[in-house]
Structures are given as structure tokens and as C-alpha cells.
Design a protein around this ligand. Structure first.
Ligand code: NI
Length: 177
């Protein structure tokens, strides 16, 4: 099977609000394995289903403690404020200082359908918030001011013209220190 292609800015699937997963089956588990492979290959630390063209509410991640999958995640609480340099596999080669809550409480399911309740902070919380944005059709450009966004679009247009040579990426969600 051909490796999954990570969709980049301009692909309409990145702007779609993803649907809740209603049935966790073997095909989905297999897709998660392929998504993890594409994520490690990129390399990145998170990858949401819409980024591979699947408009469903789940994402894979590994911020250094092994691979994980979160299905139908919801943030139930958040607090604090933290600025950090953040990049995205779907917006290659660019990154910005983005303000987000530092801590979140999140509910989700795993691939076995078990309910999860997760307290996350710092890098982990940021990564989860970033991937949740993808599930809602939001991307990093939405956090920028007008000048930053105009410059980002200019760079992305240039990238699009020089493909298929795929540029190196800072990694989805954020750069690890
Ligand atoms: Ni991203």
C-alpha cells in the first residue's frame, strides 16, 4: 500500500469539520498505524485524520513517550496561558509563537472504545489542542494577525509552485526542544 500523503494548506479537507467516529473497527486501527508511520516519517509528533484526507474525529501522536490514538476527543476544561513556537505538517516549514492555555482536561476514547480522562499540560496539552483544531477545521493560520497571514500565504504559494520536492518540516504541533 502506498504511504499516506499528508495534505497541505489549500486542501479543502483541512477546513472541513470532522465527523464523530461511530464505529471503531479493524480498518480504523490499520489506518492509525499508517498515520503513525507517516507521522514518524515526516517527522512530526502528531497527525490528525483530516491531514490524511479522512474527515473523522481522531488523531495519532507521540511526543516522546510512545504512540497513542485519541478518538472523539473533547476538551472539558482549560486554564493558564502559554506562548510557544508551533508548527504544523500541513503548513510546512513555517512556525509562529502561538498563545494557548497551558493546561487542559480532555475526554476521549482509545482504539478499544475505553473512555479516557486525561489531564495534560505544557507540550502535551499544546499538541492535543493543535490536533483538536484540525478536527474542527482550524489551522495555525487562523491564529495569525493579518500581516503574518499574508506573509504565510506568500510563502505557501511559493512552496506549492516548487513541489513535488517536499520541503523539510518543523513537525506537526510544535518543535520539540
Ligand atoms: Ni497540524
Amino acid at each position: 500500500m502506498a504511504p499516506l500523503r499528508i495534505r497541505v494548506y489549500g486542501d479543502p479537507v483541512l477546513r472541513r469539520v470532522a465527523q464523530d467516529v461511530t464505529d471503531i473497527d479493524g480498518a480504523m486501527a490499520e489506518l492509525c498505524q499508517e498515520m503513525l508511520a507517516a507521522m514518524y516519517e515526516a517527522p512530526g509528533i502528531g497527525l490528525a485524520a483530516p491531514q490524511v484526507g479522512v474527515s473523522q474525529r481522531f488523531f495519532v501522536y507521540d511526543f516522546g513517550e510512545g504512540p497513542g490514538v485519541l478518538v472523539n476527543p473533547e476538551i472539558t476544561e482549560s486554564d493558564g496561558e502559554w506562548v510557544y513556537n508551533e508548527g504544523c505538517l500541513s503548513v510546512p516549514e513555517l512556525s509562529w509563537e502561538i498563545v494557548r492555555p497551558r493546561r487542559i482536561h480532555l475526554k476521549a476514547h482509545d482504539l478499544h472504545g475505553n473512555e479516557l480522562s486525561i489531564e495534560a499540560e505544557d507540550l502535551e496539552a499544546r499538541l492535543f489542542q493543535h490536533e483538536l483544531d484540525h478536527l474542527a477545521g482550524r489551522i495555525l493560520l487562523d491564529y495569525l494577525d493579518e500581516d503574518q497571514r499574508r506573509e504565510a500565504k506568500r510563502v505557501l504559494r511559493e512552496q506549492a509552485m516548487s513541489r513535488p520536492s517536499r520541503p523539510a518540516s518543523a513537525g506537526d504541533g510544535l518543535k520539540l526542544p
